[in-house]
Design a protein around this ligand. Structure first.
Ligand code: F0G
Length: 352
């Protein structure tokens, strides 16, 4: 039997969780850091590029790292229910961990704006799914209010234990590379992930002198409050995971970018989708659109001549699996060819 027991066990002592915490795990974390040489070459070469493929977590996104911590804390004090607002991945993750702990889960999602694989996941794990006629930001405001009145545990990344568990991704990167990379590129939505990575890298550096990366946070153009410097009332992007106009941890995201000597930028939907296809076609990594945003941002900066990549070691975080959002691919696709069951027809189709 494998000795791996999930991120709370692996980084026990480094994650600030209350003593009453009782571990609920799906063996999340320990995701691969995959070299992406072909993509690096297409981007001009001369640097090392690694993909932290978080889509390989148990529910298909990075959310499981923080969720194991938040649900374990709630379970340890006998909470009976968890609630979150979500663009989909948090919902599926909360539902899965709650199911494992025998707890009820309620998830609020923006009506019609959640990818099929995420909604199906939340339903499969038994969550009560409520669609809000509004945005993620409206839904988040509702769950914050109800958890101030009712004994239901909030498991959005406003919950500090989500950040604690999520720090494990930064620790893993340092453990695998032997030090922090020069740059970390990642998508930014509600800004929990960037906050946690930065906290994790700083903590590891204090403990182990592992170094600190510069952080490139990337938003979608139609949902870029941190780039514009003000909230966006009607966020819009094909990357529905990061369709967020009022990030809960926006200040901390800006601070992470600034302290690290990095920045937060925006890219177009077209750039995001191009990178999604490039990752799949050049590296065999199919990620959901939002997950390609970090790399789309890197490409954007390289093209603009604002990024000195030569000799650098760059890690891009791909936050969720492509299977979460199959429609985005199949919608664009021409229908696969149909042939009769004969060798001639096959030869005709593939050799001509
Ligand atoms: N990538 C994916 C695939 C996501 O699902 C999210 C956020 C992000 C990136 C951005 O991370 O919010 O920590 O800045 N999804 C949340 C959700 C909002 O509800 O699943 P962030």
């Amino acid at each position: 039997m494998s000795s791996y027991q999930g991120v709370l066990h692996r980084y026990q002592g480094l994650l600030d969780l209350p003593a009453h915490t009782r571990t609920v795990t799906l063996m999340e974390g320990n995701t691969p850091l995959i070299p992406a040489q072909r993509l690096a070459e297409q981007l001009g070469g001369g640097f090392e590029l690694f993909i932290k493929f978080e889509g390989l977590n148990p529910t298909g996104s990075f959310k499981d790292r923080g969720m194991t911590a938040a649900v374990s804390e709630a379970y340890g004090r006998d909470a009976k229910a968890v609630i979150c607002a979500s663009t989909g991945n948090t919902a599926a993750s909360a539902a899965a961990y709650a199911a494992r702990a025998g707890m009820r889960s309620v998830v609020l999602i923006p009506q019609g704006k959640v990818a099929a694989g995420k909604l199906a996941g939340a339903l499969a794990y038994g969550a009560q799914v409520i669609q809000v006629e509004g945005s993620f930001d409206d839904a988040l405001s509702m769950v914050v209010q109800i958890t101030q009145k009712q004994p239901i545990c909030l498991v959005n990344s406003l919950n500090p234990y989500r950040i604690e568990g999520q720090k494990s991704a930064a620790f893993e990167i340092c453990d695998v590379l032997g030090s922090a990379p020069d740059w970390l590129c990642l998508p930014v939505g509600n800004a929990g992930n960037i906050t946690a990575y930065w906290a994790g890298f700083k903590q590891y550096h204090e403990l182990k002198s592992s170094g600190l990366p510069q952080v490139l946070g990337v938003q979608a153009e139609g949902a870029a409050p941190l780039v514009l410097g003000h909230p966006v009332d009607k966020p819009e992007t094909v990357a529905t995971a990061i369709r967020i106009g009022r990030p809960a941890r926006g200040e901390q995201a800006l601070q992470a970018a600034e302290e690290s000597g990095g920045r937060i930028i925006a890219v177009s939907d077209d750039e995001i989708l191009k990178m999604q296809r490039a990752l799949a076609g050049l590296e065999g990594l199919w990620v959901e659109p939002a997950s390609a945003a970090g790399l789309a941002g890197l490409t954007h900066e390289l093209k603009a001549g604002r990024f000195e990549a030569k000799g650098k070691r760059i890690v891009a975080v791909c936050t969720g699996h492509g299977l979460k959002d199959p429609d985005i691919i199949t919608k664009e696709m021409s229908r696969p060819l149909v042939v009769p069951p004969s060798l001639e027809a096959l030869e005709e189709a593939i050799l001509k």
